[in-house]
Design a protein around this ligand. Structure first.
Ligand SMILES: [Mg+2]
Length: 227
């Protein structure tokens, strides 16, 4: 494997600049790191409830949310839930916004984005800046609506959730699909995130409120056994 692969692999898993900028942000605005809802994985999300409350699209992180890191195919356990999401919102109203596939830096010719689109049937947004940095311009252009009508689903507090909250999305945190394979340093970063977040929860910090769900997002989760 060449230098490019390693560069992509390391940066994808250990986005130091992103993490540092998020730590700076969240030490001022800690609540931005808190999701509106936390679930074990996609299967727990009640897509119809979200649609009925007025949400009009869903933006997914890729690595450890839809696929295991580096894979371009959907984790098989999530297929039913993703199909349900497509039929609820319309398949063009779902998109992937990833710090690997579709990011110009690591996917300059868009080949990963295209392969992912072909395998999971969802548009992959091409963009230039890593979450949590960057604007929502590319996302709003694709969806044709404001991000306050969109849901952001991802597995990282300091990237997906900070980006989502900062830009008005409803934010849903999933547990990582395959944390066991992560390198030591990423496990440490995850532990640091978890430590900080638990500390903020203990201090009574709450997520920012969302105008479509002013009473909280708890009802948007349902045990998949009951669905
Ligand atoms: Mg991820």
């Amino acid at each position: 494997m060449g230098w490019e692969w390693w560069n992509g692999a390391l940066s994808q898993r250990f986005n130091l600049a992103g993490i540092l900028s998020s730590v700076t942000v969240v030490s001022r605005d800690s609540h931005l790191a808190l999701p509106h809802l936390s679930v074990p994985d996609l299967r727990w999300i009640d897509w119809s409830h979200l649609y009925n409350r007025g949400f009009r699209g869903v933006v997914f992180d890729k690595d450890n949310t839809l696929t295991t890191p580096f894979s371009l195919t959907l984790s098989p356990t999530l297929a039913t839930s993703l199909d349900r999401c497509k039929s609820t919102f319309g398949h063009t109203k779902l998109a992937v916004f990833s710090n690997s596939a579709g990011l110009y830096q690591y996917d300059p010719d868009g080949s990963k984005a295209e392969a992912l689109e072909n395998s999971i049937g969802i548009h992959v947004i091409r963009h230039g800046e890593k979450k949590p940095a960057g604007t929502t311009e590319d996302i709003e252009k694709y969806f044709g609506c404001e991000t306050s009508l969109l849901v952001m689903v991802g597995d990282r507090h300091f990237t997906d959730i900070v980006y989502g909250n900062r830009n008005g999305f409803l934010t849903i945190l999933t547990e990582p699909l395959n944390p066991a394979e992560e390198p030591f340093i990423v496990k440490q970063v995850r532990k640091l995130e978890a430590c900080l977040v638990n500390y903020w929860y203990r201090k009574g910090l709450k997520p920012i409120s969302h105008h479509l769900l002013p009473d909280g997002a708890e009802k948007c989760a349902e045990d998949p056994q009951l669905l």
